[in-house]
Design a protein around this ligand. Structure first.
Ligand SMILES: [Fe+2]
Length: 387
């Protein structure tokens, strides 16, 4: 679990190193001049001297605090969820006993997590994929952990914490009835193949009518695939009418889906999932709600580090391509160099903007380092469309 840290470095300090422990970047152009693990030799120092530049060393920083959630909780919860899916399928109903068990697991998680939040910690999720069918169980447990964490750090009232977390336990139980060939497919499904799987929120909602959960829980489950731009399913309500429970479960569930492995791809981890989540601002998720979620998860998982580094490319909400210049003041409001107009036309000169003081612009999609190289290449050939 690591993020990036930026430090200004002088040539004298570079000289003292045997090998570079991070990428050496030009503070002016933000280009990587020498990558991590480069051996320091006289020729390198001479090259730096001729550049007459300032330099950053971008290192990886690991949050080494103790894990927030015990492996034992995950193991217990995972084995319960497996049985719960099977039992629900066999009985075509959610049992009261299972609901009681969920309440007990929830109480344990809440107490343990509340106590650990007083000490330094790192938010840890689990990514176990020996058996492809595990993803849906692991996904449920991780979504519960994320929802509980988000609720506790935002100091929500007990009733809300209860509703959100109970809804998280139940949110994908409708998948107990999904076709395993589709649900656990090792190939990415086409939209047509995927369609039958969209029945799962409604199936869960119907079963939850038979057990004593609140309306907030039932509706949170029913609407957990609805999006801010109303592009989700089952699309029976406009976004403004959706219960808060479903908005929270949707963020936790999507983040988890990005974070952990699926039968057809590897997990993106915290850094990849945080960057991708941010590209859903104003489409799948409301900006303010998403910002709070991203900030909280970033701080808890990678500590004081950043999930992107100077030199990476991004797109603003206006559609302009920009380079991230400085991220020290605010995680989601860095200083950027705008390099294209909204229509993709390359600007004659870069426009440097501190997003902290700009009320029109926001950071949108953030490209990874690898994608940033492709963007840079396309811009240099002035054939920018989109990737
Ligand atoms: Fe779902």
């Amino acid at each position: 679990m690591h993020g990036f840290e930026k430090k200004e470095i002088t040539i004298a300090e570079v000289k003292e190193k045997v090998v570079l422990d991070g990428n050496l970047v030009s503070a002016t152009s933000l280009e990587i001049l020498f990558p991590k693990n480069t051996k320091i030799q006289d020729t390198l120092i001479a090259e730096l001297k001729t550049r007459n530049d300032k330099y950053y060393l971008i290192t990886e920083k690991v949050n080494e605090n103790p894990p927030l959630v015990e492996k034992k909780f995950h193991d217990d919860a995972l084995s319960f969820i497996r049985d719960f899916f099977l039992e629900t399928k066999n009985n075509n109903a959610v049992s009261i006993d299972a609901f009681q068990y969920i309440k007990n697991l929830n109480a344990t998680l809440k107490t343990d997590m509340s106590l650990r939040l007083f000490e330094p910690y790192r938010l840890n999720l689990f990514d176990e994929m020996e058996d492809p069918s595990d993803w849906v169980y692991n996904h449920t447990v991780n979504t519960v952990i994320l929802t509980m964490f988000h609720s506790l750090v935002n100091d929500l009232p007990p009733q809300e914490i209860n509703d959100y977390t109970v809804a998280a336990w139940f949110h994908d139980i409708g998948h107990a009835f999904s076709d395993p060939e589709l649900l656990f497919s090792r190939k990415r499904l086409t939209e047509e193949q995927w369609h039958p799987l969209t029945a799962h929120p409604h199936k869960a909602y119907e079963m939850l009518k038979e057990i004593p959960v609140s309306d907030g829980v039932r509706q949170g489950v029913l609407f957990h695939h609805e999006n801010f731009d109303e592009s989700g399913f089952p699309t029976t309500l406009p976004y403004s009418r959706l219960p808060k429970t479903s908005r929270i479960i949707a963020m936790a569930s999507v983040f988890e889906n990005l974070f952990s492995a699926k039968p057809y791809r590897k997990g993106l981890g915290f850094i990849g999932a945080l960057s991708t989540m941010f590209s859903y601002a104003d489409t799948r998720f409301e900006y303010d709600l998403l910002s709070r979620f991203v900030r909280t998860i970033a701080k808890a998982s990678i500590g004081d580090a950043f999930f992107y580094a100077p030199g990476q490319y991004a797109v603003t909400n206006l559609g302009e391509i920009c380079i991230i210049r400085d991220v020290t003041r605010d995680l989601l409001k860095p200083v950027i160099d705008v390099v294209t107009e909204a229509n993709g036309k390359i600007r004659k000169t870069f426009l440097t903007i501190n997003l902290f003081n700009d009320y029109n612009r926001r950071l949108g999609k953030i490209y990874t380092y690898e994608q940033s190289l492709v963007v840079k290449e396309k811009l240099s050939k002035a054939v920018w469309h989109s990737i």
